[in-house]
Design a binder for this molecule. Sequence first.
Ligand code: ADP
Length: 524
Amino acid sequence: MLHEFLLAAARTAPHRPAVVEFLGDDRTRVVSYRELDALVGRYAETLRGLDLPVGERVVLDSDTSAGAIAALLACATLGLTFVPVSPETPDQRVRTIVAATEPALYLSGGEGARPGVEGGFGVARFGPEGCEILRRPASHPESPARPSQGPRREVADTDIAYMIFTSGTTGRPKGVMMSHRAVTSFYRGMLTQRIVGPHDRVATTSPLQFDFSLLDIGLALASGAAVVPVPRARLRWPRRFLRVLRDTGASQVNGVPSIWRQVLRFEPERLAQLRSIRGVLFCGEDFPLPELRALRRALPEARLVNCYGATESMAASFTDVPDPLPPELTRLSIGFAHPGAEMLLVGEDGRLIEEPDVLGEIHLRSPALFSGYWRDPATTDATLVPDPVDPGSGRRVLRTGDLAYRGEGGELYFRGRTDSQVQIRGNRVELGEVERRLLEHPAITAATALALRGPDGETELAAFVVVAPGVGERETEVELTDFLAAALPGYMVPGELRALPALPVTANGKVDRAALAQLTEAAP
Ligand code: ADP
């Protein structure tokens, strides 16, 4: 079970730090494994008093902190499914999640439920001292199981540990349900990569509603290392972000590529001074190569790991970035699946692709697959599909919607999503291809291409770029069209090309394509 797996160090190394919180002004708070374990026990005891049946949902509204980790582990202990959201999650989105999941409890690190978020759920808050029930759940006439009747059943490994609503960059948001068994088998696969050891301090930068934060928590605690939550507001300020890393002695830093963008632009020297950083793990989208090269220059000794995966399996692969980064490298590999899992490449005709350079869709065989989308059996069936190699085996695999091809050694290269293949005037265009060419221009550090519906109903291409510091934006815009046209057919050259000071990002820190699309509509 999740809590047993993550709290093993409470027995073997109780005095070691489990969480190091940054409090500001050179102050940190260290919570040992013994203290974390005790906190989980206290929270669980309070929640047990509510007598909620196994499988009831608990909305967990918090930043990542020792308290939040204890709260999610307390839920796991009791077989309650936690649904993480964070203070950054807009109220409207919380209301949607509450309406969809009908939680029995709203548990927060703040003052209780937010104004305007209503329902018959109970309300509780947690803090360093313990957990306090502010309101008991109302018994639901439609849900006779609440509060529980009869003896409470045992928690099984197949029970749902958590449910995460995807941010929607890969389609409309869906409630992804992960069982205890799936999460712990994922953690086991991840641990074989030996990314951190018991003396590491793992800085986590993703908000709690993004499962990357649960990956970080698992990576640290299951290794007997410490979690270092980076206050999210500090990420926007390169110096403040680096200050947290310095003061907490972070040795491993995890996050989406965009957390590095401002640091690399404005404070690369200061980053280079942080000698304690031995590893960086990034996940969630392509790391633009010019930026990755800058990261490598600032941290020449660090191990850089490209983690590929989706919420439906937490992650699938961990691939070391080559060291040194060959100058001719144009694409990062997402390698092979972690031990215990396998990434298959399936062509449009359903055939398995083994040879290099042929595009197919990644299908993941893994013990760490999600159980289904909350109350959505049709989408679940479209995503958890019979194993294409052996449909009669009863085994299901995850159809990822991600395109890739193999290299000479069989390793995979991500090429975008199946839905990022668009038709421009009858020609098939891969948006990632346009982005890749843009990134080959020496002045460009980041690029995103979009397909938009033009005024006459035709699909048009637009692209947004970030130029290196000190380079003229206007000149680059003009020059870029020629640069693209020199290598790509005319239909792949975007009609609209704009340089921005920064690319907008979603709540999870990925490039916000919807926000970019709006910019083009607003454009003169
Ligand atoms: P959402 O963005 O909708 O919340 P996910 O976080 O599950 O959903 O997104 C998973 C997707 O992100 C993958 O299917 C893939 O397209 C993309 N992705 C994840 N990791 C990487 C990576 N290392 N390189 C490139 N793309 C990635």
